[in-house]
Write a protein of this length. Structure first.
Length: 306
């Protein structure tokens, strides 16, 4: 994986299928203790949106690698007062070894990447959430012992998580089905790109029918109906998304051994019922833990420590 040193991770498809397989192997070895890596590198976290899992899992991962973390909260740095990204990027580049950015516009991440030589990591944008999908793939592989021959169904909003999930599954040859209400489909360019990546290795189904989408599948995945920045649309979306709720009846249509994933934070009894998220098929806590292992492997890879 040495060739990935210094590379940016702005979207899941910045990595090849083999890169992701290697990264998942490393993440598993780091989790089990088979591999230990140490460094004295510095990670910056510049988050324009709230975060619990991403912030803490990156911080703990870097501490466990022996490195350090600087929280560049926009409220206490000049970016919050409008310092241009092109200037901020060139300055942070002189101090840090790697920078994770959570922001709205994907173009802002591209600007950071253009003006900084250190690796820039997408810690969530409106378009993609690639770090989340690394942990999701790791969790699926842990549960089924393989990523082959599986079908993943995502229900709800065609958002950042859905976009990265489509690309990640397309890369690894996992069949995917997305059930979204009309008008809330995934990004057109992502769908086109995903189909090009998948070729005839995996099937991508896009539908409005939640019941047909979950029939017999091994993984049922959902996310909030209104993402960060869309809070003012939450009420109008509620009735539109109701048929896509992951509840006991819908889950009964899936494979009896199906697992349930949610990137979290969850709105109980909106996109997922309390009974399902707390139920025996839920793997959301393992999924959240794996954020740390997968991102530790990501940091080690981009920093050239492996
Ligand atoms: N899943 C996820 O990215 O959670 P946070 O928003 O808490 O980081
Ligand atoms: N789609 C959600 C994911 C949160 C981790 C959001 O962008 O708010």
């Amino acid at each position: 994986m040495k060739e990935l040193k210094g590379q940016d991770f702005l979207g899941i498809a910045n990595f090849s299928a083999n890169d992701i397989r290697d990264l998942l192997q490393l993440a598993g070895d780091l989790k089990s203790g088979k591999t230990t890596i140490t460094c004295n590198k510095i990670l910056g976290l510049l988050f324009y949106k709230a975060s619990t899992r991403t912030r803490v899992s990156f911080t703990v991962a870097m501490y466990q690698l022996g490195g350090q973390v600087i929280d560049l909260n926009p409220n206490v740095t000049q970016v919050g007062r409008g310092e241009p990204i092109c200037d901020t990027a060139r300055v942070l580049d002189r101090y840090l070894d790697v920078l994770a950015v959570r922001t709205f516009k994907q173009e802002d991440l591209e600007t950071f990447a253009k003006f900084a030589t250190i690796p820039i990591i997408n810690a969530l944008s409106d378009l993609e959430h690639p770090c989340q999908i690394l942990a999701d793939l790791m969790t699926i592989q842990e549960c089924f012992g393989t990523l082959s021959g599986l079908t993943v169904t995502y229900l709800g909003d065609g958002n950042n998580v859905a976009n990265s999930l489509l690309l990640g599954c397309a890369l690894l040859g996992i069949n995917v089905r997305f059930a979204t209400p009309p008008g809330y489909e995934l990004d057109d360019k992502i769908i086109e790109y995903g189909r090009a990546i998948a070729g005839d290795r995996s099937e991508i189904i896009l539908t409005e029918d939640p019941v047909a989408a979950v029939k017999g599948v091994q993984v049922v995945y959902t996310d909030v109906w209104a993402s960060m920045g869309q809070e003012n649309m939450a009420d109008e979306r509620m009735p539109i998304f109701q048929p896509y709720q992951v509840n006991g009846a819908l889950l009964n249509e899936a494979d009896p051994d199906a697992i349930v994933l949610h990137c979290l934070p969850a709105h109980r009894d909106e996109e997922i019922t309390d009974a399902v998220i707390e139920g025996k098929q839920s793997r959301v806590w393992d999924q959240a833990e794996n954020r740390m292992h997968a991102q530790k492997a990501l940091l080690a890879t981009l920093l050239g420590l492996v």
